[in-house]
Design a protein around this ligand. Structure first.
Ligand code: SAM
Length: 329
């Protein structure tokens, strides 16, 4: 039986944050300071959580953070996760979201360990702009090398996540269209959400789907590609068939009604929505000696409490109890 919430949504997509440490300080995510950390668990704990959730019907596991490639042993962890495929009655896709800084050397080992796909966050194709956003002076070349290594290792199609924030990088829309065509990657623009540590979000800082489409169409006409209902991105190809872009528009075009996601934080809490105001301590259940069946029961109960939708920009909006770096995007 699929893992269903009370609105009938099936939960098939698990995101595990393996650390809330990060080597970047992106303006839309973190403060310029180090900030507090919630902590990390042993990989064996995440593996058990993943195994129980796969047993409940999860088909996709995405590793994220913080920056997941900062964790020693990440390649071995992917190898162990991939083994869940052997013991499951359905196929499991393993994916990773990274800032790409350490990816060049890890892409091939990760692929060989069983990683299926990688998404790299990159918010400007101009190195100076990139440095201003990430607050890391020399990361651009590493990320570019990481993207190319991932593509060459067969971790494709490589997707890039670009969070657009007015005043920082809205002029990068067309350059990213060119980049997608030249590098053979799928660029996905993400509307800025109020999940940042600096609390600078306002509706006016969001570069919306309509605006992105209008700007990109000045460069070349776009043709919409049909997408699965649970897919977060609306997909478009250029009219000549070269290059694909996506737009993830949680602010201007929310997709909560088709949400299939559940998240585990690096300290072992379940979050049923990015904008949850509480989380559910799965690791505490493990510490008290719960069996796999008891964990499954706990998870079923938590999923029933999944929020119907977020309330971004509405008068009753309550900020999430954690910021993105401590949730895992
Ligand atoms: N460090 C990894 C990375 O950079 O991809 C993984 C963690 S990061 C929190 C995951 C994704 O969340 C990134 O693609 C990032 O751009 C996105 N993100 C972070 N803060 C965001 C915000 N306030 N609004 C929208 N997306 C955000």
């Amino acid at each position: 039986m699929p893992l269903l919430d009370k609105f009938g949504r099936a939960i098939s997509d698990l995101r595990i944050s393996v650390t809330d440490r990060c080597n970047y300080k992106c303006v839309y995510c973190r403060t310029g300071n180090e900030g507090a950390l919630y902590g990390e668990l042993a990989f064996a704990d995440y593996l058990r959580m993943a195994r129980v959730l796969v047993g409940l019907g999860v088909t996709k596991v995405r590793l994220t953070g913080g920056e997941p490639l900062l964790r020693n042993g990440i390649v071995d962890f992917v190898r162990e996760l991939a083994k869940l495929n052997t013991n499951s009655d359905h196929a499991i896709e393993i994916a990773l979201t990274t800032n790409g800084h350490l990816l060049a050397d890890l892409a091939r080992p990760l692929k060989e360990a069983g990683l299926g796909r990688v998404t790299v966050s990159m918010d400007a194709v101009d190195p100076d702009r990139f440095a201003r956003i990430t607050r890391v002076p020399s990361g651009f070349d590493n990320v570019l090398a990481g993207i190319r290594a991932a593509r060459d290792a067969g971790l494709g199609p490589v997707k890039l996540n670009c969070v657009l924030m007015r005043g920082f990088n809205e002029d990068q829309i067309i350059p990213f269209g060119l980049f997608a065509r030249e590098e053979g990657v799928i660029v996905r623009f993400i509307e800025f959400m109020p999940l940042e540590e600096d609390r600078v979000w306002s509706r006016s800082t969001v570069v919306t789907l309509d605006e992105i489409l209008a700007r990109m169409s000045e460069y070349r006409p776009l043709v919409e590609i049909p997408h699965a209902r649970s897919e977060t991105a609306r997909r478009y190809r250029f009219d000549d068939g070269i290059g694909e872009i996506g737009i993830i528009a949680p602010v201007s075009h929310p997709f909560c009604g088709h949400c299939s996601r559940i998240r585990i934080t690096s300290d072992g809490k379940i979050r049923t929505c990015l904008f949850s105001v509480w989380d559910h301590d799965l690791h505490a259940q493990m510490r008290r000696g719960a069996s796999d069946e008891e964990l499954a029961e706990f998870i079923r109960g938590v999923v029933m409490k999944k929020e119907e939708r977020h309330h971004i920009g509405e008068p009753d909006f309550v900020p999430a109890s954690r910021t993105m770096v401590h949730i895992g995007g």
